[in-house]
Design a protein around this ligand. Structure first.
Ligand SMILES: Cc1ncc(COP(=O)(O)O)c(C=O)c1O
Length: 491
Protein backbone atom coordinates (compact mmCIF):
# COMPACT_ATOMS: atom_id res chain seq x y z
CA UNK A 1 0.00 0.00 0.00
CA UNK A 2 1.35 3.47 -0.78
CA UNK A 3 2.17 5.99 1.91
CA UNK A 4 -0.81 8.17 1.00
CA UNK A 5 -3.14 5.35 1.98
CA UNK A 6 -1.40 4.71 5.28
CA UNK A 7 -1.90 8.25 6.57
CA UNK A 8 -5.03 9.38 8.35
CA UNK A 9 -5.56 12.91 9.43
CA UNK A 10 -8.15 14.00 11.94
CA UNK A 11 -9.37 17.57 11.72
CA UNK A 12 -11.12 17.32 15.09
CA UNK A 13 -7.82 17.02 16.94
CA UNK A 14 -6.05 20.10 18.26
CA UNK A 15 -2.71 18.88 16.90
CA UNK A 16 -1.85 20.80 13.70
CA UNK A 17 -2.32 18.80 10.50
CA UNK A 18 1.33 19.06 9.48
CA UNK A 19 2.36 17.53 12.80
CA UNK A 20 -0.11 14.68 12.40
CA UNK A 21 1.39 13.92 9.01
CA UNK A 22 4.97 14.16 10.28
CA UNK A 23 4.24 11.97 13.32
CA UNK A 24 2.63 9.26 11.24
CA UNK A 25 5.50 9.21 8.79
CA UNK A 26 7.97 8.95 11.69
CA UNK A 27 5.95 6.04 13.04
CA UNK A 28 6.10 4.26 9.69
CA UNK A 29 9.84 4.81 9.49
CA UNK A 30 10.38 3.63 13.08
CA UNK A 31 8.51 0.39 12.62
CA UNK A 32 10.21 -0.38 9.32
CA UNK A 33 7.23 0.13 7.02
CA UNK A 34 9.15 2.89 5.25
CA UNK A 35 12.70 1.55 4.88
CA UNK A 36 15.77 3.71 4.30
CA UNK A 37 15.83 5.08 0.75
CA UNK A 38 12.05 5.01 0.26
CA UNK A 39 10.94 7.93 -1.84
CA UNK A 40 8.08 9.92 -0.30
CA UNK A 41 5.26 11.22 -2.54
CA UNK A 42 5.74 14.72 -3.89
CA UNK A 43 4.26 17.57 -1.91
CA UNK A 44 1.59 18.06 -4.56
CA UNK A 45 0.61 14.33 -4.68
CA UNK A 46 0.30 14.01 -0.91
CA UNK A 47 -1.58 17.31 -0.57
CA UNK A 48 -4.08 16.21 -3.20
CA UNK A 49 -4.61 12.76 -1.69
CA UNK A 50 -5.05 14.03 1.86
CA UNK A 51 -7.06 17.10 0.87
CA UNK A 52 -4.70 19.51 2.64
CA UNK A 53 -2.75 22.49 1.37
CA UNK A 54 0.72 22.09 -0.11
CA UNK A 55 2.04 24.31 2.67
CA UNK A 56 0.83 21.73 5.22
CA UNK A 57 2.71 18.89 3.52
CA UNK A 58 5.71 21.12 2.98
CA UNK A 59 5.79 21.95 6.73
CA UNK A 60 5.55 18.24 7.60
CA UNK A 61 8.46 17.39 5.29
CA UNK A 62 10.52 20.29 6.68
CA UNK A 63 10.00 18.99 10.20
CA UNK A 64 11.04 15.49 9.12
CA UNK A 65 14.09 16.89 7.40
CA UNK A 66 15.23 18.97 10.35
CA UNK A 67 14.90 15.90 12.59
CA UNK A 68 17.11 13.86 10.24
CA UNK A 69 14.27 11.53 9.20
CA UNK A 70 14.33 12.35 5.50
CA UNK A 71 16.73 13.89 3.03
CA UNK A 72 15.58 16.08 0.17
CA UNK A 73 17.54 16.42 -3.06
CA UNK A 74 16.49 19.14 -5.44
CA UNK A 75 15.06 17.64 -8.60
CA UNK A 76 15.02 14.06 -7.21
CA UNK A 77 12.58 14.19 -4.33
CA UNK A 78 12.41 13.37 -0.63
CA UNK A 79 13.81 10.06 0.69
CA UNK A 80 13.88 8.28 4.05
CA UNK A 81 17.35 9.03 5.46
CA UNK A 82 19.82 6.38 6.62
CA UNK A 83 20.11 8.19 9.95
CA UNK A 84 16.38 7.77 10.63
CA UNK A 85 16.43 4.17 11.80
CA UNK A 86 18.08 2.51 14.74
CA UNK A 87 20.62 0.91 12.41
CA UNK A 88 21.58 4.38 11.18
CA UNK A 89 22.02 5.59 14.73
CA UNK A 90 24.02 2.55 15.68
CA UNK A 91 26.64 3.26 13.08
CA UNK A 92 26.69 6.91 14.02
CA UNK A 93 27.06 6.04 17.70
CA UNK A 94 29.62 3.32 17.15
CA UNK A 95 31.78 5.66 15.11
CA UNK A 96 31.36 8.83 17.04
CA UNK A 97 31.34 8.38 20.80
CA UNK A 98 32.37 11.96 21.42
CA UNK A 99 30.35 14.53 23.42
CA UNK A 100 29.34 16.17 20.17
CA UNK A 101 28.43 12.88 18.47
CA UNK A 102 26.32 11.70 21.38
CA UNK A 103 24.56 15.07 21.75
CA UNK A 104 23.76 14.84 18.07
CA UNK A 105 22.41 11.28 18.39
CA UNK A 106 20.24 12.35 21.31
CA UNK A 107 18.45 14.93 19.22
CA UNK A 108 17.41 12.20 16.81
CA UNK A 109 16.70 9.54 19.42
CA UNK A 110 14.14 11.79 21.16
CA UNK A 111 12.07 11.75 18.02
CA UNK A 112 12.08 8.00 17.47
CA UNK A 113 8.67 6.72 18.21
CA UNK A 114 8.44 3.45 20.10
CA UNK A 115 12.03 3.57 21.33
CA UNK A 116 12.29 2.95 25.10
CA UNK A 117 14.73 5.62 26.05
CA UNK A 118 16.56 5.82 29.36
CA UNK A 119 19.07 8.12 27.71
CA UNK A 120 18.08 11.64 28.80
CA UNK A 121 18.38 13.39 32.10
CA UNK A 122 15.31 15.45 31.25
CA UNK A 123 11.99 16.05 32.97
CA UNK A 124 8.97 14.30 31.46
CA UNK A 125 7.24 16.60 28.92
CA UNK A 126 3.91 15.01 29.87
CA UNK A 127 4.30 16.61 33.30
CA UNK A 128 5.06 20.13 32.08
CA UNK A 129 2.83 22.70 33.80
CA UNK A 130 1.84 24.19 30.44
CA UNK A 131 -1.44 25.82 31.41
CA UNK A 132 -0.02 27.51 34.49
CA UNK A 133 3.03 28.74 32.59
CA UNK A 134 0.84 30.14 29.80
CA UNK A 135 -1.16 31.97 32.47
CA UNK A 136 2.01 33.71 33.56
CA UNK A 137 2.94 34.56 29.97
CA UNK A 138 -0.54 35.83 29.13
CA UNK A 139 -0.64 38.07 32.18
CA UNK A 140 2.21 40.02 30.53
CA UNK A 141 0.78 40.32 27.04
CA UNK A 142 -0.14 44.01 27.24
CA UNK A 143 3.16 45.24 28.63
CA UNK A 144 5.45 46.53 25.82
CA UNK A 145 8.45 46.44 28.19
CA UNK A 146 8.29 42.64 28.00
CA UNK A 147 9.24 42.81 24.34
CA UNK A 148 12.14 45.25 24.69
CA UNK A 149 15.78 44.60 25.48
CA UNK A 150 15.96 43.96 29.21
CA UNK A 151 18.90 44.23 31.60
CA UNK A 152 22.07 42.23 30.74
CA UNK A 153 22.14 41.11 34.37
CA UNK A 154 18.60 39.78 34.02
CA UNK A 155 15.11 40.90 34.96
CA UNK A 156 15.25 42.59 38.41
CA UNK A 157 11.88 41.08 39.37
CA UNK A 158 13.14 37.59 38.58
CA UNK A 159 16.33 38.23 40.54
CA UNK A 160 14.22 39.06 43.62
CA UNK A 161 12.32 35.78 43.24
CA UNK A 162 15.49 33.72 42.66
CA UNK A 163 17.16 35.33 45.67
CA UNK A 164 14.18 34.22 47.78
CA UNK A 165 14.18 30.69 46.33
CA UNK A 166 17.91 30.25 46.94
CA UNK A 167 17.58 31.90 50.36
CA UNK A 168 15.28 29.04 51.39
CA UNK A 169 18.14 26.66 50.58
CA UNK A 170 20.58 28.58 52.76
CA UNK A 171 22.21 30.71 50.06
CA UNK A 172 22.35 34.32 51.13
CA UNK A 173 22.49 36.51 48.06
CA UNK A 174 20.93 39.88 47.24
CA UNK A 175 19.17 40.28 43.87
CA UNK A 176 22.10 42.44 42.81
CA UNK A 177 24.52 39.52 43.25
CA UNK A 178 22.57 37.31 40.84
CA UNK A 179 23.22 37.07 37.12
CA UNK A 180 20.41 35.55 35.04
CA UNK A 181 21.70 33.36 32.21
CA UNK A 182 20.32 31.34 29.39
CA UNK A 183 20.46 28.14 31.45
CA UNK A 184 23.36 26.66 33.38
CA UNK A 185 25.03 26.04 30.02
CA UNK A 186 25.54 29.71 29.32
CA UNK A 187 26.62 30.29 32.92
CA UNK A 188 29.28 27.57 32.58
CA UNK A 189 30.54 28.98 29.28
CA UNK A 190 30.84 32.46 30.83
CA UNK A 191 32.62 31.10 33.91
CA UNK A 192 35.10 29.26 31.65
CA UNK A 193 35.76 32.46 29.73
CA UNK A 194 36.23 34.44 32.93
CA UNK A 195 38.47 31.99 34.79
CA UNK A 196 40.44 30.04 32.21
CA UNK A 197 42.37 30.48 28.97
CA UNK A 198 42.99 27.97 26.19
CA UNK A 199 45.58 25.46 27.39
CA UNK A 200 44.57 25.84 31.07
CA UNK A 201 43.32 22.91 33.13
CA UNK A 202 40.08 22.48 35.04
CA UNK A 203 39.41 19.69 37.56
CA UNK A 204 36.14 17.80 37.10
CA UNK A 205 34.52 14.80 38.70
CA UNK A 206 35.10 11.62 36.76
CA UNK A 207 32.46 10.94 35.43
CA UNK A 208 30.98 14.37 34.82
CA UNK A 209 28.33 16.23 32.83
CA UNK A 210 28.86 15.74 29.11
CA UNK A 211 27.87 19.33 28.28
CA UNK A 212 30.65 20.71 30.49
CA UNK A 213 33.22 18.51 28.73
CA UNK A 214 31.91 19.88 25.47
CA UNK A 215 32.21 23.50 26.67
CA UNK A 216 35.78 22.90 27.89
CA UNK A 217 36.71 21.31 24.58
CA UNK A 218 35.28 24.25 22.64
CA UNK A 219 37.34 26.68 24.75
CA UNK A 220 40.56 24.66 24.41
CA UNK A 221 40.60 23.92 28.15
CA UNK A 222 41.87 20.57 29.36
CA UNK A 223 39.72 18.55 31.80
CA UNK A 224 41.47 16.73 34.64
CA UNK A 225 39.26 13.89 35.91
CA UNK A 226 39.09 13.17 39.65
CA UNK A 227 37.37 9.91 40.68
CA UNK A 228 34.12 9.82 42.61
CA UNK A 229 33.03 7.40 45.29
CA UNK A 230 29.54 6.88 46.72
CA UNK A 231 29.94 10.09 48.77
CA UNK A 232 31.24 12.36 46.05
CA UNK A 233 34.67 13.37 44.86
CA UNK A 234 37.66 11.60 46.43
CA UNK A 235 39.41 14.36 48.30
CA UNK A 236 42.91 12.89 48.31
CA UNK A 237 42.79 12.49 44.56
CA UNK A 238 41.46 16.03 44.23
CA UNK A 239 44.28 17.39 46.37
CA UNK A 240 46.82 15.54 44.23
CA UNK A 241 45.25 16.96 41.09
CA UNK A 242 45.33 20.48 42.57
CA UNK A 243 49.00 20.22 43.49
CA UNK A 244 50.17 18.49 40.31
CA UNK A 245 47.90 19.97 37.65
CA UNK A 246 47.14 23.45 39.01
CA UNK A 247 43.55 23.59 37.73
CA UNK A 248 41.87 27.00 37.38
CA UNK A 249 38.77 25.70 39.16
CA UNK A 250 36.97 22.54 40.27
CA UNK A 251 33.58 21.83 38.66
CA UNK A 252 31.14 19.75 40.70
CA UNK A 253 27.50 18.76 40.30
CA UNK A 254 26.84 19.05 43.96
CA UNK A 255 23.42 17.48 44.51
CA UNK A 256 22.15 14.42 42.63
CA UNK A 257 25.07 14.32 40.27
CA UNK A 258 24.76 13.70 36.54
CA UNK A 259 25.53 10.95 35.50
CA UNK A 260 25.79 9.06 38.82
CA UNK A 261 23.03 10.45 41.07
CA UNK A 262 25.56 10.79 43.93
CA UNK A 263 24.84 13.44 46.58
CA UNK A 264 27.72 14.02 49.03
CA UNK A 265 27.06 14.14 52.78
CA UNK A 266 27.33 17.33 54.78
CA UNK A 267 30.66 16.13 56.14
CA UNK A 268 32.16 15.55 52.68
CA UNK A 269 30.87 18.96 51.59
CA UNK A 270 32.63 20.66 54.50
CA UNK A 271 35.86 18.76 53.80
CA UNK A 272 35.72 19.72 50.14
CA UNK A 273 35.26 23.39 50.99
CA UNK A 274 38.10 23.27 53.51
CA UNK A 275 40.38 21.69 50.90
CA UNK A 276 39.41 24.28 48.28
CA UNK A 277 40.02 27.11 50.76
CA UNK A 278 43.47 25.73 51.70
CA UNK A 279 44.48 25.75 48.06
CA UNK A 280 42.55 28.93 47.16
CA UNK A 281 40.73 26.97 44.51
CA UNK A 282 37.42 28.26 43.13
CA UNK A 283 34.64 25.67 43.25
CA UNK A 284 32.07 25.90 40.45
CA UNK A 285 28.91 24.33 41.80
CA UNK A 286 26.30 23.11 39.30
CA UNK A 287 23.16 22.67 41.40
CA UNK A 288 20.66 22.03 38.62
CA UNK A 289 19.09 18.95 40.31
CA UNK A 290 19.21 20.30 43.90
CA UNK A 291 15.44 20.67 44.35
CA UNK A 292 14.67 17.16 43.10
CA UNK A 293 15.16 15.26 46.34
CA UNK A 294 13.04 12.12 46.76
CA UNK A 295 13.93 10.93 50.25
CA UNK A 296 13.59 13.92 52.55
CA UNK A 297 15.38 17.26 52.62
CA UNK A 298 18.68 17.24 50.72
CA UNK A 299 21.95 18.50 52.21
CA UNK A 300 22.57 22.20 51.58
CA UNK A 301 24.28 23.40 48.44
CA UNK A 302 28.02 24.13 48.83
CA UNK A 303 27.32 27.83 48.40
CA UNK A 304 25.25 27.78 51.59
CA UNK A 305 28.33 26.54 53.51
CA UNK A 306 30.80 28.79 51.74
CA UNK A 307 32.21 30.93 54.55
CA UNK A 308 35.37 31.68 52.49
CA UNK A 309 33.40 32.99 49.48
CA UNK A 310 35.10 30.51 47.17
CA UNK A 311 32.07 29.02 45.42
CA UNK A 312 30.29 30.00 42.20
CA UNK A 313 26.74 28.64 42.28
CA UNK A 314 24.79 27.87 39.10
CA UNK A 315 21.30 26.54 38.69
CA UNK A 316 18.38 26.73 36.26
CA UNK A 317 14.74 25.97 35.61
CA UNK A 318 15.60 23.21 33.12
CA UNK A 319 15.13 20.16 35.36
CA UNK A 320 12.58 21.42 37.87
CA UNK A 321 10.35 23.27 35.41
CA UNK A 322 10.88 23.56 31.64
CA UNK A 323 14.19 23.12 29.79
CA UNK A 324 13.06 25.10 26.75
CA UNK A 325 12.55 28.41 28.55
CA UNK A 326 16.32 28.80 29.04
CA UNK A 327 16.39 30.57 32.39
CA UNK A 328 19.21 30.02 34.86
CA UNK A 329 21.23 31.94 37.42
CA UNK A 330 24.82 32.42 38.58
CA UNK A 331 26.01 33.73 41.95
CA UNK A 332 29.71 34.44 42.04
CA UNK A 333 32.12 36.25 44.37
CA UNK A 334 31.97 39.97 43.55
CA UNK A 335 35.18 40.27 41.41
CA UNK A 336 34.11 37.29 39.27
CA UNK A 337 30.54 38.61 39.05
CA UNK A 338 31.99 41.89 37.68
CA UNK A 339 33.85 39.89 35.02
CA UNK A 340 30.81 37.85 34.05
CA UNK A 341 28.59 40.85 33.32
CA UNK A 342 30.50 42.24 30.30
CA UNK A 343 31.09 38.70 29.06
CA UNK A 344 27.35 38.08 29.10
CA UNK A 345 26.74 41.33 27.26
CA UNK A 346 29.35 40.40 24.64
CA UNK A 347 27.88 36.91 24.39
CA UNK A 348 24.24 37.61 23.57
CA UNK A 349 23.53 41.10 24.93
CA UNK A 350 20.53 40.19 27.10
CA UNK A 351 18.19 37.30 27.78
CA UNK A 352 14.54 37.22 26.70
CA UNK A 353 12.71 39.60 29.02
CA UNK A 354 9.29 38.03 28.49
CA UNK A 355 10.47 34.57 29.52
CA UNK A 356 12.30 35.87 32.57
CA UNK A 357 9.32 37.84 33.84
CA UNK A 358 7.00 34.90 33.18
CA UNK A 359 9.25 32.73 35.36
CA UNK A 360 9.22 35.48 38.02
CA UNK A 361 5.42 35.52 37.93
CA UNK A 362 5.31 31.71 38.11
CA UNK A 363 7.59 31.72 41.15
CA UNK A 364 5.73 34.59 42.83
CA UNK A 365 2.45 32.67 42.61
CA UNK A 366 4.06 29.68 44.34
CA UNK A 367 3.61 27.56 41.25
CA UNK A 368 7.14 26.16 41.10
CA UNK A 369 6.74 24.65 44.54
CA UNK A 370 3.31 23.28 43.64
CA UNK A 371 4.77 21.77 40.47
CA UNK A 372 7.64 20.16 42.37
CA UNK A 373 5.21 18.79 44.99
CA UNK A 374 3.16 17.24 42.19
CA UNK A 375 6.03 15.75 40.18
CA UNK A 376 8.40 14.48 42.90
CA UNK A 377 6.24 11.47 43.85
CA UNK A 378 6.01 10.52 40.17
CA UNK A 379 9.78 10.71 39.71
CA UNK A 380 10.29 8.85 42.98
CA UNK A 381 8.04 6.03 41.77
CA UNK A 382 10.09 5.80 38.57
CA UNK A 383 13.35 5.75 40.53
CA UNK A 384 11.92 2.97 42.70
CA UNK A 385 10.81 1.04 39.63
CA UNK A 386 14.34 1.24 38.24
CA UNK A 387 15.97 0.16 41.51
CA UNK A 388 13.67 -2.84 41.86
CA UNK A 389 14.00 -3.86 38.24
CA UNK A 390 17.79 -3.70 38.47
CA UNK A 391 17.79 -5.81 41.64
CA UNK A 392 15.53 -8.33 39.99
CA UNK A 393 17.04 -8.64 36.53
CA UNK A 394 20.71 -7.76 36.62
CA UNK A 395 23.22 -10.59 36.83
CA UNK A 396 25.65 -10.79 39.75
CA UNK A 397 28.60 -8.51 39.42
CA UNK A 398 26.68 -5.59 37.91
CA UNK A 399 26.67 -2.61 40.27
CA UNK A 400 24.68 0.60 40.31
CA UNK A 401 24.25 3.76 42.33
CA UNK A 402 21.21 4.47 44.53
CA UNK A 403 20.12 7.99 43.58
CA UNK A 404 18.20 9.83 46.30
CA UNK A 405 17.13 12.50 43.83
CA UNK A 406 17.72 13.87 40.34
CA UNK A 407 17.32 11.82 37.19
CA UNK A 408 20.41 9.61 36.83
CA UNK A 409 21.67 6.17 37.82
CA UNK A 410 25.12 4.83 36.95
CA UNK A 411 25.71 1.17 36.19
CA UNK A 412 29.10 -0.53 36.28
CA UNK A 413 29.55 -3.87 34.56
CA UNK A 414 31.93 -6.51 35.85
CA UNK A 415 35.18 -7.70 34.30
CA UNK A 416 36.89 -6.77 31.10
CA UNK A 417 34.59 -8.50 28.63
CA UNK A 418 34.04 -6.64 25.40
CA UNK A 419 30.77 -4.83 25.91
CA UNK A 420 31.32 -2.19 23.29
CA UNK A 421 28.48 -3.53 21.16
CA UNK A 422 25.96 -3.22 23.99
CA UNK A 423 24.67 0.19 22.88
CA UNK A 424 24.05 -1.03 19.35
CA UNK A 425 22.52 -4.32 20.57
CA UNK A 426 20.14 -2.44 22.90
CA UNK A 427 19.14 -0.05 20.12
CA UNK A 428 18.27 -2.92 17.84
CA UNK A 429 16.00 -4.25 20.64
CA UNK A 430 14.29 -0.82 20.86
CA UNK A 431 16.01 0.36 24.04
CA UNK A 432 18.53 3.13 24.51
CA UNK A 433 20.82 4.28 27.32
CA UNK A 434 23.83 6.60 27.32
CA UNK A 435 27.21 4.86 27.12
CA UNK A 436 29.32 5.84 30.12
CA UNK A 437 32.48 6.66 28.13
CA UNK A 438 31.10 10.02 27.03
CA UNK A 439 31.08 11.24 30.64
CA UNK A 440 34.69 10.28 31.28
CA UNK A 441 37.75 12.40 30.75
CA UNK A 442 39.77 9.25 30.19
CA UNK A 443 37.38 6.70 28.72
CA UNK A 444 38.02 3.18 30.03
CA UNK A 445 36.65 -0.07 28.73
CA UNK A 446 32.91 0.35 28.01
CA UNK A 447 32.04 -0.70 31.55
CA UNK A 448 29.58 2.04 32.43
CA UNK A 449 26.06 3.01 31.46
CA UNK A 450 23.90 5.94 32.47
CA UNK A 451 20.23 5.12 32.94
CA UNK A 452 17.74 8.00 33.34
CA UNK A 453 14.33 7.18 34.73
CA UNK A 454 12.42 10.48 34.81
CA UNK A 455 11.03 10.26 31.32
CA UNK A 456 9.45 6.80 31.26
CA UNK A 457 6.62 4.98 32.99
CA UNK A 458 7.48 2.29 35.57
CA UNK A 459 6.34 -0.35 33.06
CA UNK A 460 8.66 0.90 30.35
CA UNK A 461 11.50 1.13 32.84
CA UNK A 462 10.97 -2.50 33.84
CA UNK A 463 10.79 -3.67 30.22
CA UNK A 464 13.93 -1.75 29.33
CA UNK A 465 15.89 -3.16 32.26
CA UNK A 466 14.76 -6.70 31.38
CA UNK A 467 16.06 -6.26 27.81
CA UNK A 468 19.29 -4.70 28.97
CA UNK A 469 19.92 -7.38 31.58
CA UNK A 470 19.38 -10.12 29.01
CA UNK A 471 21.91 -8.51 26.68
CA UNK A 472 24.43 -8.08 29.50
CA UNK A 473 23.93 -11.66 30.67
CA UNK A 474 24.55 -12.94 27.13
CA UNK A 475 27.81 -11.02 27.07
CA UNK A 476 29.22 -11.69 30.50
CA UNK A 477 28.11 -15.30 30.55
CA UNK A 478 26.34 -15.36 33.93
CA UNK A 479 23.21 -17.40 33.44
CA UNK A 480 20.79 -16.55 36.17
CA UNK A 481 19.40 -13.24 37.31
CA UNK A 482 19.21 -12.33 40.97
CA UNK A 483 16.76 -13.87 43.39
CA UNK A 484 13.16 -12.84 43.08
CA UNK A 485 12.79 -12.36 46.80
CA UNK A 486 12.80 -8.59 46.91
CA UNK A 487 10.80 -8.14 43.72
CA UNK A 488 7.55 -6.30 44.42
CA UNK A 489 5.86 -5.03 41.27
CA UNK A 490 4.79 -1.40 41.64
CA UNK A 491 1.72 -1.48 39.47
C1 LIG B 1 24.57 18.75 35.33
C2 LIG B 1 23.92 19.55 34.25
N1 LIG B 1 24.25 20.84 34.10
C3 LIG B 1 23.69 21.58 33.13
C4 LIG B 1 22.75 21.07 32.25
C5 LIG B 1 22.17 21.95 31.20
O1 LIG B 1 21.46 22.94 31.84
P1 LIG B 1 20.63 24.10 31.16
O2 LIG B 1 19.49 23.50 30.43
O3 LIG B 1 20.21 24.93 32.32
O4 LIG B 1 21.57 24.83 30.26
C6 LIG B 1 22.38 19.73 32.39
C7 LIG B 1 21.41 19.12 31.46
O5 LIG B 1 21.32 17.93 31.32
C8 LIG B 1 22.97 18.96 33.41
O6 LIG B 1 22.64 17.67 33.60
Amino acid sequence: MSLQHLLHINRERSQPLYQQIAEQIKMQISDGRLPVGTRLPTVRQLANTLGVTRLTVHSAYSELQSGGWVEATVGRGTFVAASAQPEGLMTAAGRNLTPDGVLDDMRRITQMIGLRSLAYADPDPMLYPMREFWDSMLSLRNDPAMFQYGSPQGDPVLRVEIAALLGEQGIEATPDEILITSGVSQGLALVCQALARPGDRVAVEQPTYLGLLHILQMHGIQAVGVPLDADGVQLQALERAIVEQKPRFFYTISRFHNPTGVCPSLERRRELLALAARHRLTVVEDDIYGLLSFDGPPPPPLKALDSENNVIHLTSMSKVLLPGIRVGSVIAPRPIHEQLLPLRRANDLVGAQLMQRAVADFLRRGRLKAHIRRTLPIYRERRDALMRALSYWMPDGVEWTQPAGGFCCWLTLPGDEALNDLYAAALSRGMVFTPGEVFLVEPDDCKHLRLCYANQSPDTIRESVAVLAELIRERIGHGAHRSKRDWVPLV
